[in-house]
Every structure is written in structure tokens, then in C-alpha cells.
Design a protein. Structure first.
Length: 134
């Protein structure tokens, strides 16, 4: 059964709304090349949002330097921000992370992060936007 989200659009509408790189990641489960996101160097206080629907996802307070080449966080901003599902692509099993509001693919979560959660939410920067503030 297909999951329904608060924000749903046709493929043509997503293509029109998103850059080609953002469309490839958010709607086709692609991955941006490591080290290419300007958000890797974003260290101001603020909130990272879904680039597709502007849903708040991660606080800058939970961002850390993982050395992987992608923006990484220890946890989502709240328990309604993201959803997860098993990803068995590329001959491995991983946990995919998607926006809970529009279903856009964000990246994956791994059990090798720092305290306090021990998790590393490894996100594609092109799937995020940053709003400085709190």
C-alpha cells in the first residue's frame, strides 16, 4: 500500500519545483557526490529544512563533522520530522531516511555516530535548506 504525505505532487510538478540535482536525490533516491554540499561548512545556529517542502528536519545543535563528505546529525529535530524504511539497494541493507511531510529521500542513518544517540543521520545537502536562527 502506498504511503500518503501531507505534500504530494505529480512527477512533473516535482521536476518543475526542484533543481535537477535535488530532484535526483529527493524523488529518485539518488546520492550527491561527497564533499560537494555548501551545507558541510554551515555552522551557524538554525534549522535544516527539507528542500522540497520546507519541513523542519534537523537543528544545527545536532550537526557534527562526520568526515564522510555529507552533512551529518545525531538526531532529527523532533519525532515527527523524518521517517525511515529498509533500503536493500546496492547489495546491502541500510536504513533510508525520508521527509515525513513529503516523502523526499534525504539520506541514510547509521549506528556509528557520537553521543548522545550513537546515530549518524548522513544527509544529502541538496535535499536540505538552511534557515539561520534559533
Amino acid at each position: 500500500m502506498a504511503q500518503h504525505y501531507a505534500v504530494e505532487m505529480s512527477d512533473a510538478e516535482w521536476r518543475k519545483r526542484l533543481s535537477p540535482a535535488a530532484y535526483e536525490v529527493l524523488r529518485r533516491q539518488g546520492t550527491e557526490p561527497p564533499g560537494t554540499s555548501p551545507l558541510l561548512k554551515e555552522h551557524r545556529l538554525g534549522v535544516f529544512h527539507c528542500a522540497a517542502c520546507n519541513w523542519p528536519l534537523y537543528s544545527s545543535k545536532d550537526k557534527f563533522e562526520s568526515g564522510t563528505g555529507w552533512p551529518s546529525f545525531t538526531r532529527p529535530i523532533n519525532d515527527r520530522a523524518v521517517g525511515t524504511e529498509t533500503d536493500r539497494s546496492l547489495f546491502m541493507t541500510r536504513t533510508e531516511v525520508h521527509c515525513a511531510h513529503c516523502g523526499g529521500h534525504l539520506g541514510h542513518v547509521f549506528p556509528d555516530g557520537p553521543p548522545p544517540t550513537g546515530l549518524r543521520y548522513c544527509m544529502n545537502g541538496v535535499a536540505l535548506s538552511f534557515q539561520p536562527g534559533r
